[in-house]
Design a protein around this ligand. Structure first.
Ligand code: URA
Length: 430
């Protein structure tokens, strides 16, 4: 005989549809019943749409997050000899910051348990990038993760299916029903995974602008504030940094080329914007972990962050000295006049890299690690007619036309540069 359920989901859908608030027991039950299959996909779709239109109070969003955390396992790093800290980015074009950031922070004696995902659409996934490194493996057991955190300090690995399974199910449903954009749903989705991951502190890189998930600054700020509030309520020291994603980050967009650029940063070089964001985020993470009065950038110059990177990659079977995949086909685009590279729009460059094979359209698709775009000029650079602007890479030249279609109008040479504003716009501390 099946158990008697304490609520009827149709009543809950009506409450939210009419602008009411759901109680804590109602939310706890709804998420649990959805995970068990008692609440059907079509009912949860209606609820997600009602939430998108009506919103949720802060207390409801916190309840939703906790219910999703409780749908699965929760990792516990309290036995480690070091403090833990992590970072989450809402995703952008050329956003490889996790790669230099995790070993940089680890080089100060802090543990960084970074459970990452794969890319979908125009924003790349950290695991896809690291899988360019021969031998590197994303799947680690909890025991392997603990041992690596103690020894190397940083782990970047795949989130196991046991973490927040309710989010996995709900996220797939939202994707299919036009309900991804609801701030309470985004916030509870992101934070349920991070809270279940067990980090003591968390820095959120919330992006705004053309290449970001949230285009408008005000919406990104609302999301950032909600994320910080949920984290603080859950006892996680949380901070959010609002960063500009109108222009691709760095010069590399893809997978293997983003690893190459990250290694340049770890060697004390690399593009200024990637270095700036890596250092800013590391500073916040270290502060939350109780480490102040350190020169963060110094560990990029003195080789300590590079040592942590090599240890982290080797511990997961990767060869940090191995050659990275190279493309079989390239196509370079040249400046058609003298002037200043005025615009370089993130979204079309992300879409073009995806069309070259660097990203995937469906979860099951493979990525081509050597595919992507290398920018040879950044906005503000003076260029002369005939100078190379960017190079497309693929393993099949038939991909170039569609990538170039995406880039139509995506860049411009003019007499003066467009002002995209600062990279780091605001910090939200709760
Ligand atoms: N990333 C997530 O993990 N969840 C969302 O809902 C959106 C972005």
């Amino acid at each position: 005989m099946s158990a008697i359920e304490p609520f009827d989901v149709v009543d809950l859908i009506r409450t939210k549809r009419d602008g009411g608030a759901l109680s804590s027991p109602e939310i706890r039950w709804m998420i649990d019943a959805y995970t068990r299959g008692v609440v059907a996909d079509e009912q949860m779709s209606a609820m997600a749409m009602a939430i998108l239109i009506r919103g949720m109070q802060r207390r409801e969003t916190v309840d939703m997050t906790n219910a999703m955390v409780n749908s699965g396992e929760r990792l516990d790093f309290s036995a480690l000899s070091k403090p833990t800290t992590d970072k989450h980015s809402t995703g952008g074009v050329g956003d490889k910051i996790t790669l230099p950031l995790a070993p940089l922070v680890a080089s100060f004696g802090v543990a960084v348990p970074q459970l990452s995902g794969r890319g979908l659409g125009h924003t790349g996934g950290t695991l896809d990038k690291l899988e360019s490194i021969p031998g590197w493996r994303a799947a680690l057991s909890n025991d392997e993760m603990m041992a690596q955190l103690e020894a190397a300090g940083a782990v970047i690995c795949a989130a196991g299916s046991g973490l927040a399974p309710a989010d996995r199910k709900l996220y797939a449903l939202r994707d299919a029903t036009g309900t991804v954009e609801a701030i309470p749903l985004i916030a509870s989705s992101i934070m349920s995974k991070k809270i279940a991951e067990g980090t003591a502190s968390l820095v959120l890189d919330v992006k705004f602008g053309g290449g970001a998930f949230m285009r408008e600054f005000d919406r990104a700020k609302e999301l950032a504030t909600t994320l910080v509030q949920i984290g603080l309520d859950a006892g996680v020291k949380t901070r959010a940094v609002l960063t500009n994603m109108n222009v691709p980050l760095g010069l590399a967009i893809g997978n293997a080329n983003e690893v190459r650029e990250s290694v340049e940063v770890l060697a004390g070089a690399g593009p200024a914007d990637v270095v700036e964001l890596t250092v800013v985020l590391a500073q916040h993470m270290l502060e939350l972990a109780g480490i102040t009065d350190v020169d963060v950038a110094e560990n990029l110059r003195n080789g300590k962050a590079m040592d942590s990177w090599r240890q982290m990659i080797s511990a997961q079977g990767g060869d940090p000295d191995a050659a990275l995949p190279v493309p079989t086909e390239t196509h370079t685009v040249f400046a058609d006049r003298d002037g200043v590279l005025a615009r370089q729009e993130a979204l079309p460059f992300g879409i073009a890299a995806w069309r070259l094979g660097a990203g995937r359209a469906r979860k099951e698709d493979p990525v081509i690690h050597a595919a992507g775009i290398d920018l040879l000029a950044k906005p503000g650079d003076v260029v002369r007619k005939g100078d190379p602007l960017f190079t497309l890479s693929a393993n099949d030249s038939a991909r170039f036309d569609r990538a170039l279609d995406a880039l139509d109008g995506a860049w411009e040479i003019a007499d003066e540069a467009h002002n995209y504003g600062p990279l780091v716009a605001e910090v939200i501390t709760g």
